[in-house]
Design a protein around this ligand. Structure first.
Ligand SMILES: *[C@@H]1O[C@H](CO)[C@@H](O)[C@H](O)[C@H]1NC(C)=O
Ligand SMILES: *[C@@H]1O[C@H](CO)[C@@H](O)[C@H](O)[C@H]1NC(C)=O
Ligand SMILES: *[C@@H]1O[C@H](CO)[C@@H](O)[C@H](O)[C@H]1NC(C)=O
Length: 397
C-alpha cells in the first residue's frame, strides 16, 4: 500500500480540524451601530450571536440578536421563554424585510403551533425595538424589562422564509429544532449552557463514528482486498485487516453507544432513519466479528460460501456507514468544512481503491503470463485471480 501515508495524512488533517477551534467568535465582532454590549454569546445553531447588557438593579436587558448568512426573503426571531423551554410559551422578537424594502420588527407571543407569527404584546416590556439587514445579516435590537428576578433565562431563536409580507413556518428538523438553550445573564461568558454540553456530546458521537465506521472500516477492507495481492504481504495483510477492523469495531461501538444515549436524551425528536441504520450497523458489525471465529479452514468446502457472506456483509456495512454518516451530518449540521473533510477522506480512500484495483489486475495478468511462459499449463483451474470474491482460498489464512 504505497498510498498508506496519504491516508494517514488525510486522517490526521481531519483530526486536527476537529480539535482546532471552529467558532467564529462574537467577541471579535464590532456592531456597526454605535451601541456597545458587554457580553456576548455564540449561539450553537443557525449562525446566531447574542450580544447584551444586563443591569441587575433595574432588571433591564438590552440585546442585539445577530443572525448571519440570511437573505432578504427570510425572517429571524429571538425569544425568551419565561415559563418553559422550547417554543411554546416563548415571547418572541421577530424581524424581516418587507416587500417595500423596509425592515419590520415586532413582538409575537407564541402560544402554540401557528402558521405565521402574529403580532401581539409580550408578557414583559419591550422598548427600542428595531432591526437592520446588511451584508446578509439581520440584527434585532431591543431593550427588555424582565419581570423575573432570575438571572438565567430560557431562550429560543429561529429563522425561516418570508412570502410576501407573511412569515412562513420554520423547518421542524435539524438545527431549527435545536436552537434553544439557557442564558446566564450575569456570567457574560460563553460558558454554562446546557446546549453546549449537548453539542459536545454530539460532536464526540460524530467523530467516533466517522472515524471508525466511516474511515477505518473502509481502509480495513482495502487492506484485505489489495495487500493480499502481494505474496510477500501474506499473512501480514490478514493481521492488519483484523486489527484495523477490530479497532474500528471497538471505537464504533463506543460511538454507537453515545448515539443511543443522545437518542434517549432527546425524547421529543427522533431521527428514525439514522437510528435504524445505526442499529443495523451494530448488528452487522457484531456479526462480522463473530463470523471470524466461525471461519472455516481455507480448503474447507464451505469456505467459499463464508467468503461470499463475509464480503456481502462487509461491503453492506461500509455502504450503510457512509450513508449514515451523511445522515448524521445533516442532523448535526456542523460547519461545512467537516463534511468536506470527510468527503475528502472518503474520496482519497475511493481513489486508492480504484488505483489498487487496477494495479492488482495488472499484477495478476503479469503473473499469469509468466506462469504460462514458464511451464506447461499445469491445470486450468489455477484460479490465481487476485481479484474476485472468494476465489482465493489458496491465499486465505
Ligand atoms: C450613534 O448614536 C447617536 C446618538 O445616540 C445616534 O443619533 C446615531 O444615529 C448613532 N449612529 C449609528 C451609526 O447608529
Ligand atoms: C420566574 O422564573 C421562574 C423560574 O424560571 C419561573 O418558575 C416563574 O414562573 C417565573 N415568573 C414569572 C412571573 O415569569
Ligand atoms: C408589505 O408591507 C409593506 C409595508 O406595510 C407594504 O408597503 C407592501 O405593499 C406590503 N406588501 C404586500 C405584498 O402586501
Amino acid at each position: 500500500m504505497a498510498r498508506t501515508p496519504e491516508l494517514v495524512f488525510s486522517l490526521s488533517v481531519l483530526m486536527s480540524m476537529i480539535f482546532s477551534s471552529t467558532a467564529q467568535s462574537c467577541k471579535s465582532y464590532a456592531l456597526s451601530s454605535n451601541k456597545t454590549f458587554r457580553a456576548c454569546y455564540d449561539l450553537p445553531y443557525l449562525n446566531s450571536y447574542l450580544h447584551w447588557n444586563y443591569d441587575s438593579s433595574s432588571n433591564k436587558l438590552q440585546i442585539a440578536y445577530r443572525h448571519t448568512g440570511i437573505t432578504s426573503s427570510r425572517w429571524v426571531a429571538w425569544a425568551i421563554n419565561p415559563t418553559s423551554t422550547g417554543m411554546a410559551g416563548s415571547q418572541a422578537l421577530v424581524a424581516y424585510q418587507q416587500t417595500d424594502g423596509t425592515m419590520r420588527a415586532y413582538t409575537s407571543p407564541i402560544s402554540s403551533y401557528q402558521t405565521s407569527l402574529q403580532e401581539g404584546k409580550l408578557s414583559f416590556d419591550v422598548s427600542d425595538l428595531s432591526a437592520t439587514l446588511a451584508n446578509n445579516e439581520i440584527i434585532i435590537f431591543a431593550t427588555i424589562g424582565l419581570s423575573n428576578t432570575s438571572t438565567t433565562v430560557n431562550h429560543v431563536w429561529q429563522d425561516s422564509a418570508v412570502s410576501g409580507n407573511a412569515t412562513q413556518v420554520h423547518a421542524t428538523s435539524g438545527a431549527n429544532v435545536q436552537s434553544m438553550g439557557t442564558l446566564n445573564l450575569l456570567s457574560g461568558e460563553s460558558s454554562s449552557t446546557g446546549g453546549n454540553d449537548r453539542i459536545r456530546k454530539r460532536n464526540i458521537h460524530g467523530v467516533l463514528n466517522a472515524v471508525s465506521w466511516g474511515i477505518l472500516m473502509p481502509i480495513g477492507a482495502l487492506i484485505a482486498r489489495y495487500l493480499k495481492a502481494f505474496k510477500s504481504a501474506d499473512p501480514a495483510w490478514f493481521y492488519l485487516h483484523v486489527s484495523c477492523q477490530f479497532i474500528a469495531y471497538i471505537v464504533g461501538v463506543a460511538g454507537w453507544g453515545t448515539g443511543l444515549k443522545l437518542g434517549s436524551e432527546s425524547a421529543s425528536i427522533q431521527y428514525d432513519a439514522h437510528r435504524t441504520i445505526g442499529i443495523i450497523l451494530f448488528c452487522l458489525g457484531t456479526l462480522q466479528v463473530f463470523a471470524l471465529l466461525l471461519r472455516p479452514k481455507p480448503d474447507h468446502k464451505y469456505r467459499f460460501y463464508w467468503n461470499i457472506y463475509h464480503h456481502l456483509v462487509g461491503y453492506s456495512v461500509i455502504i450503510l456507514s457512509i450513508i449514515n454518516i451523511f445522515k448524521g451530518f445533516s442532523i448535526l449540521n456542523p460547519d461545512k468544512k467537516w463534511k468536506n473533510a470527510y468527503i475528502g477522506v472518503i474520496a482519497a480512500v475511493a481513489f486508492n481503491a480504484v488505483w489498487l484495483e487496477g494495479y492488482t489486475w495488472y499484477l495478476a495478468v503479469k503473473r499469469k503470463r509468466s506462469e504460462i511462459a514458464g511451464k506447461m499449463p499445469h491445470g486450468m483451474n489455477g484460479s490465481n485471480g487476485v481479484n474476485g470474491f472468494g476465489a482465493r482460498q489458496q491465499q486465505g489464512v
